[in-house]
Design a protein around this ligand. Sequence first.
Ligand SMILES: C[C@@H]1O/C(=N\OC(=O)Nc2ccccc2)[C@@H](O)[C@H](O)[C@@H]1O
Length: 477
Amino acid sequence: MNYRFTLLPLLIAVFVTISTVHGQENESLKYGSQYEGKRQDEAMQKFRENRLGQFIHWGLYAIPGGKWDGKIYPGAAEWLQSWADVPPEEWSKLINQWNPDEFDAQEWAHMAKEAGFKYMTVTTKHHEGFCLWPSEYTDFDVASAPNKTDIMGELIDAYTKVGIDVYFYYSILDWHHPDWRYDIKSEEDEQAFERYKTYVDNQLTELVERYPEVKGFWFDGTWDKSVKKNGKWTLEIQQMLKSLKPGMIVNSRLRADDHGSRHFDSNDKLMGDYESGYERRLPSFREDTIVTTRDWEAVMTVPENQWGYHQDWSVSHVKSTNEVLEWITHSVAMGGNMLVNIGPKPDGTIRQQEKTLMKEIEQWMDINGEAIYAGDYLGWEKQDWGYYIADQKTNEVYALVFNVPVTQKITVATPEGISIEEAHPLKDESESLKISEKGPNEVFIHLPQPMFEAPYVIKLKVSGKDGSKGTYRKAKT
Ligand SMILES: C[C@@H]1O/C(=N\OC(=O)Nc2ccccc2)[C@@H](O)[C@H](O)[C@@H]1O
């Protein structure tokens, strides 16, 4: 049998397949990722060192607070218009009740500063379309409400003054604007969405020009086909913002590529400046360590799923402060940032549960904040008792204990040639914790009695192969 002729078609098929697959990985995209790796400029480094931020969801939805026509809706309060199926013209009447007469931006900024938040991201316009600044391009804004306070102006001034970086959340999805479209299926859709794109471009330009201290944009509401079919526009928005303000930071959630692929382009390359796909969920140490190769940020609610103010938090589990601290620690231990959300009340005050949470975060961060700020992925074997964090700048190593072993001691397994010299609790660094040999490259660190109620942070003095500090960190991948 002449194999040459029999095998030839198979060989061709194999070759075409390999080249196609390989070719797909390197498909040249016009609107895909614009660069690879982590941005190393000062603005992005500051984002990376901030680590802990405050998310603020505020808008007309705070007024009904999850209740419509006498019925409580357990879903996210900022989506009430959707859950209760309220027609836009009826929902818009809420503007006549917008009167946050207790709003005090300095008080909010002070609370955030004390709590240890290094940056803040606030909703300029959520899906409902109401604008919390006086916009030249719509009358569905604070300038048309009984209380005309420029919320964005007050907040960015107050937070910037106390040294907290401010980012703007902006929803592309807009339930109020007549030209918003979920999909583009007709010439009429096309023309309307072109008008809508101009509206958004104008508003974004307006926001940067009115509030030049803004550090970046957190885009949302980009999952519909209308946006996925406009990948070019999403890149143009990114480029426009960076030309308006060099160093501007834009999240991956804005972006769609030539084929509608979101966050990551069709070559699996991250778009935007950091990955913003972790919403009320966290990457796994077992399956998702790829996140440690890029900048990323998780965002979290205190209840199971309430971003805007909901008057009845009994509708779901409400995280304890220790749970919130573990979400923050988990993110930083995997080289990411965390935004912890609050949903202010319609009168401009902050609900007691959120004030208590911020106070308890403050008390913990006052002692342990050095393990969080500029924290990064260490790369050592994840242990059940908690997390390791390495400081990006000092290379100090911290062990953050959340799950106390019944043995009253934690195991620290170090890479070959690395040893633990000393262990000091951050709550009293003059104290030295006992270290005992467990096996090759494994030691026990003995925990103090009585057991503690909050996450317990230990600073480890580590020596590397050549005895110098800092040689023990896993190579940055
Ligand atoms: C931070 C949150 O972001 C949102 N949505 O984020 C999503 O990623 N939504 C989503 C996730 C998966 C599929 C479709 C939409 C908003 O709808 C919500 O009100 C809040 O502002």
